[in-house]
Design a protein around this ligand. Structure first.
Ligand code: ADP
Ligand code: ZN
Ligand code: ZN
Length: 817
């Protein structure tokens, strides 16, 4: 067989390069950049891969195989997306295949018929697999590929998804996926005039003549005539509703050849049917901010919009969005949490209607494919979590990063471990688009860039309506305890303030950054405490499910009656989480309606929305929550915010602890008194003299940031230095130690930076994997990152080639959070 065309493709595997395939004659005319093709790889395995370039000369050095099939008619990305993937892969020490996996929506769900196959990168080393993983892996070795249903039979158990999911996450197996098989358009039945009425409306009088003896049919036809004046594709159900009729009447009309029924492919994405509203007139502060942004944009691509909580930043974004889309541009608006999208989208939909779509991880796969296609076709505005940076924009003009300081912009697992804000800025750069980073509490990184004139800086120091920022009270818990004024976790001051707020018919938010009921169960006699059997960490007691749970691996067990070591009973619950706070509220305020917003109550696509809407509608008077309640939410009747334990935020073994504590306390305070009336905040703390608390109380961002920057500089941390954190993992303790020492040794000899560690991770064992960390500190000099990567790649290769160490994994996190 001779070929005239060759295609380079990206495989959905963590491979460092692209691969060439021959294009059979029948596909030559259809082949182009950005379409997906099915290719063989490894021993008899097939993958869907993405075409990234074409050439007439065969690659040298290996025998090419032909493409098996073409999966798309049209490209699913533009060249700029591929450039972006390459940048992410390079900067975050990942591979283009991994970035592609993160970027493209999983066109399929894990369904019973989905086939799984063994990764060709996964050598024969099965030794660190669990027993069940081993059974699946070895069966795949013999049989190449089989369905998930088949895996059920092999393991002789119903629940296999968690095992499959874990093996997928660890890249032991892959899914056999194709776009065509999986994406199914959604159809509805619609009604229209049949011929000759469709093309000749003068004949309609005759149609009414035909229904004279059937009044229900007449009504239905009238309703149709009415609806069709303003709409096309009228659904059967709509017609029934309008005519107050049923299928019988419509069927009659169809039989008489007046109307006909047809299938219509519709979008799963909700459409906005209400009337559009005018945006509010701008305040003087907003007008000034917009003017300053425009002036900065003449020379700079990025502006930091530093506006206090409730200053009305959203209205400024709206103005800039208008401008961008009316010039034919697209806008990407990213937020750190999907919880926030539900509130913001309500505000933006009123103005932009169906010009805006929402994209995040809780959408189902079909919905994600539809949004992908809408963006590909030029949808003007996307509101999304960090993954929105991967959507196939073609004319991006403006990027908005709201709450830019938020740590949830960072992807943790799996690779690529990218930062939504930083990746977004790179994307904007590729498009020569402008970016606005908005926040009340800028990250140190961004603030330094603004101070160094790399970014423009625009401030909005006043709240909308000139309402004052909340008054903050500090309660010294040590003193309260000494004076016996502390009732469990509530100071008498906080209790009084809650009471007064409720009496004023205002609402309360209580912030406690720990979910569950109590984080430790201990024996006072022998010191035993409940610990996860898979991880080196305590189990949290959950009252509603009445069990102990591990927040890392999900392991749970019944509460022991007595100490398993010495038999003492009862055991003591120590510490407190959101469930306990909610329970205690019921004792102190039996009449009040309480609600809780944390990971346990916000599952599903609408979990957040339910709670946010209930609080907005004042069906909840006191809302208890984890960090989820601290972020950009906008309620108009919150009189009081309580921070249950500032200590817990401040004393955290991490160089960002102070920054994070300042941000969280300032942000959660910002939920109070946003409209109408000044609000109050109560901070409870044992270490009440901590300087960060003082800065929060005084609203002294500048004091805080100068002190913090000085410390970062003195100890060599970001934003002055760049960090890379390596996590070395294996089931065998000894292998982790040996492997980590080897990697550190090679790095030490090769890189132009500092290597710290290896040291055991704060939680030495998670999910039965031991883990050590190595921290690399680099200067921000150009080229140093690429050099470090080449040394690290060498280190990993030599690690994997050591006898017994091939299964040791090294996760790389550039700019860790
Ligand atoms: P931020 O994001 O800066 O914390 P928001 O954009 O949420 O603040 O605005 C705070 C509140 O003020 C919101 O309820 C918003 O509707 C209101 N608001 C802001 N600007 C205007 C305006 N120009 N006219 C009327 N209301 C406004
Ligand atoms: Zn005991
Ligand atoms: Zn665990």
């Amino acid at each position: 067989m001779t070929y005239t065309l060759y295609a380079e493709v990206v495989l959905p595997l963590p491979l460092p390069r692209v691969f060439s395939y021959a294009v059979p004659e029948e596909f030559v005319s259809k082949l182009q950049f950005g379409i997906r093709v099915e290719v063989p790889f490894g021993k008899n395995k097939r993958y869907s891969a993405l075409v990234v370039s074409l050439s007439n000369t065969p690659p040298e050095g290996y025998k090419v195989k032909p493409i098996i099939n073409i999966l798309d008619d049209e490209p699913i990305i533009y060249p700029v997306q591929y450039q972006f993937w390459k940048w992410i892969a390079g900067y975050y020490f990942s591979t283009v295949g991994e970035v592609m996996n993160a970027a493209l929506p999983a066109y399929l769900k894990l369904s019973g018929e989905t086939n799984i196959l063994l990764s060709p990168l996964y050598s024969d080393n099965f030794e660190h697999l669990s027993e069940k993983e081993y059974l699946i892996a070895s069966a795949l070795k013999n049989r190449e590929e089989f369905s998930i249903d088949e895996a059920r039979k092999i393991l002789d158990q119903k629940t296999v998804m968690p095992i499959i999911k874990k093996m997928l996450d660890e890249k032991i197996i892959y899914l056999h996926e194709t776009l065509k098989e999986k994406y199914k358009p959604k159809k509805v039945l619609c009604v229209r005039y049949a011929e000759p009425y469709a093309s000749d409306s003068s004949k309609l009088a005759q149609a009414f003549e035909l229904t004279k003896s059937a009044p229900k049919q007449t009504e239905t036809l009238l309703a149709y005539a009415q609806l069709s004046k303003t709409k096309t594709d009228i659904r059967k159900q709509e017609l029934y509703k309008m005519a107050n009729s049923s299928a019988a009447a419509l069927n009659g009309l169809v039989k008489k050849g007046i109307l006909e029924i047809y299938d219509k492919n519709i979008s799963r994405i909700e459409t906005y049917d209400d009337d559009l509203a005018q945006a509010h007139p701008l305040t003087a502060q907003q007008t000034r901010a917009i003017g300053e942004i425009d002036r900065h944009f003449e020379e700079k691509n990025t502006v930091l919009l530093h506006g206090v909580t409730g200053s009305g930043k959203t209205r400024v974004y709206i103005e800039k969005i208008w401008e961008a889309i009316s010039n034919g541009g697209q806008v990407l608006y990213i937020l750190p949490e999907i919880a926030l999208t539900s509130q913001i989208i309500g505000r933006l939909r009123q103005i932009f209607g169906d010009d805006i779509v929402v994209y995040h991880s809780r959408l189902n796969n079909n919905e994600r494919v539809e949004i992908w296609q809408q963006v590909l076709e030029g949808k003007p505005i996307v509101l999304s979590a960090r993954s929105g940076v991967f959507l196939p924009f073609q004319h991006l003009k403006l990027l908005i990063v709201d709450e830019e300081h938020d740590q949830s912009f960072k992807q943790f697992d799996p690779a690529p471990r990218y930062h939504g804000r930083d990746a977004g800025l790179m994307l904007a750069n590729l498009f020569k688009a402008k970016s606005i980073l908005g926040t009340a509490t800028p990250s140190l990184e961004t603030y330094v860039n603004a101070k160094n004139n790399k970014y423009g800086l625009v401030s909005m120091p006043d709240r909308f309506g000139n309402i004052m920022l909340p008054k903050i009270f500090l309660v010294d818990l040590k003193k309260e305890a000494k004076e016996h004024k502390l009732q469990s976790h509530f100071s008498s001051f906080l209790l009084d303030e809650i009471k007064a707020t409720l009496a004023n018919k205002q609402q309360v938010i209580l912030f406690q950054n720990r979910r569950g009921y109590a984080p430790t169960l201990t024996c006072n006699a022998c010191g035993w405490y409940s610990e996860c059997k898979n991880c080196d960490i305590g189990l949290t007691y959950h009252k509603y499910s009445d069990n102990l749970r591990c927040h890392f691996c999900g392991f749970h067990q019944k509460l022991p009656h007595a100490c398993p070591t010495c038999g003492t009973q009862p055991l003591t619950l120590a510490g407190f989480g959101t469930q306990k706070i909610e329970e205690e509220l019921k004792i102190f305020f039996p009449q009040a309606k309480t609600g809780r917003m944390d990971y346990d109550t916000t599952g599903g696509k609408t979990g957040f929305e339910r709670i946010i809407n209930a609080f907005d509608a004042r069906e909840i008077e006191i809302l208890v929550g984890t960090q989820m309640v601290t972020k950009g939410l906008d309620f108009d009747n919150v009189g009081l915010v309580g921070i249950m334990s500032a200590d817990q935020l401040l004393f955290f073994p991490d160089f960002r602890a102070a920054e994070r504590a300042f941000q969280q306390m300032t942000q959660v305070s910002g939920r109070a008194g946003r409209k109408n009336k000044r609000g109050k905040v109560v901070i409870q703390a044992f270490q009440s003299t901590h300087p960060v608390i003082k800065d929060v109380m005084d609203g002294q961002f500048e004091t805080f940031i100068q002190r913090e920057l000085a410390e970062r500089k003195a100890f060599g941390y970001p934003p002055y230095m760049r960090l890379i954190r390596l996590t070395i993992k294996h089931r065998q303790y000894q292998n982790v130690e040996t492997g980590a020492k080897l990697v550190a040794h090679i790095l030490n000899r090769g890189i132009k930076g500092q290597v710290i560690g290896p040291a055991w991770h704060a939680i030495p064992r998670i999910r039965n994997q031991y883990q050590m960390t190595i921290l690399i500190k680099l200067s921000r000099q150009k080229g140093i990152l690429a050099h470090t990567r080449s040394i690290l790649d060498q280190a990993i290769v030599s690690l994997k080639s050591q006898k017994g160490l091939s299964g040791v994994r090294v996760n790389v996190d550039v700019d860790p959070y």
